[in-house]
Design a binder for this molecule. Sequence first.
Ligand SMILES: [Zn+2]
Length: 442
Amino acid sequence: MAEHVLDLSTRFIDSGRVDGPPNRVSHELSELADDVALVEAFSHVVVIRTDEGLIAFDSSGPASGTRVLESLRGWNKERIHTLIYTHGHIDHVGGSSAIAAEAEQSRHELPRVIGHENLPRRLNRYRATNGYNKVINARQFGGLPVSALGGSAGERPFVPDGTLDITVEYDQIMTTSVGGVELELHHAMGETDDHTWTWLPQHKMISAGDQFIWNFPNCGNPQKVQRYPLEWANSLREMMATDVELFVPAHGLPISGHKRILSCLEIVASTLEQLVEDVVSAMNSGATLNDIVSSVEVNPELLDLPYLRPLYDEPEFVIRNIWRLYGGWWDGKPSHLKPAADAVFATEISELAGGVPALAERARHLADAGQFRVACHLIDMASDAAPEAKDVHEIRASIYLDRRAAESSLMAKGIFESAANESRQAAGQLIESRRRALSFEE
Ligand SMILES: [Zn+2]
C-alpha cells in the first residue's frame, strides 16, 4: 500500500531527507482526518464535509479543475456549499469553471465564493496584462522565447472565461460557519497581497494557501509584482499561535503534529526575517544592490531542508524583491540611472575587445570555467553588437543551456532556457515547445 501523505511528510521532515517529490500532481485524494480530504494537484484542493455540504479551499487550475472534481466525487457527492480562494493566482481560482459547470449540470446552486477584498483587483490586473502574463509564464515554465507565442501572445485568456468571481469579500478577519463547522479567515500578505489562511478550530486545522509551499518561499519572482517577506513571516507566526494539529498548504504535503508544524513554520519565518534584516541593514549602510546581492546569503544548511530547497524561487531573487520593497528601482550604480542603449554600449565594448568574435570566444571560455555570471554579460554584449550573427547566437545558446543546467531554481532555469531558445531561433535552429511538470504558479 502506498505510504499515506501524512506519513510521507512526517518521514521527510523528521529525517531531513527527501526521496521523492513533495510536490505531487497525482490528482489523487487522501483523507487527512474524519471529514477532511486533500486532492493533490497543480495546486491542491482541500475539502471539508459538513451537514450542509462541502467547504472547498481553492479550485485548482484551468487544466486540472475537472480531474480534481472527479477524484473528489469518488469520496463525496454533496454539493460544494462554500468555496474559499486562498489567493487569486490562476492555479488556485482557474478550476472554478469546472465547479460551476458541475453545479449547473446537477441543478445545484452555485457555491458561495469567499476571498480577500484585494482578489478582484488582482484578476482585473491580470486581464489588463493578459499578454504579459502569458509571456512570462511561457518563459518561467516552458523556457520559451517571447516570439514563440506570436503577436497576440496566444489565444486563450490568462484568466479563463467562467472563473467564478467572489460573492463575499472581507478585509482583515472573517468568521463564518457551514453546517456547524466554524471557519476563521485571516488576511495575509506574503506571496500575494490577497492571501487568506483559515483556522478551523473543530479540526484543529489550518488551510495555508501558498504561505508554505515545500520550497524556498516564492517571495522574489523576477517577473512578477511585489511580494512581502516580513508580513509573510508574521502570518506564519499568527498560525503558530493556534492549537494547530493539521497544517495543509496548497502545494506540497500536509503536515501533522503541533510541534512538527511549529518547527517548520518557525524556520521559514525566521529565514525570511533574517534575510530582510540583512538586506535592510546593508541598505542602511549605503550599499548598492549589486553589493548586497554578492554579499548576503541564506545559511546553506537551511536550503537543504526538505521544505526550504530553492527549486522554484531562490534567495537571490528575494533579496532583489526586498530592495524593491524598501528602496527604489535604481540599483545605486550611477551609470545605471540613465544607461546607454544596449546596442550602443555593446558595440563600444566589442571594438575595445578586438571585435565581436573575440568577445563571444571569451564568453565561451569563461562559461567553460564555470564563470557563468560574467560569461553571460559578455555573450549578451556580443549578440547586442551583432544581432544578425548566427555563429554568435550559436555560442549564446550553448552558454545559456549550460547555465540553465547549473541553476537550481525553476525560475532561473526557465529564463535562461528562454534566452537559449531565442538564440537558437536567431541561428535558424528548431526549438522544442514543452511545459515542465514541476510548475506551481500560473
Ligand atoms: Zn500556488
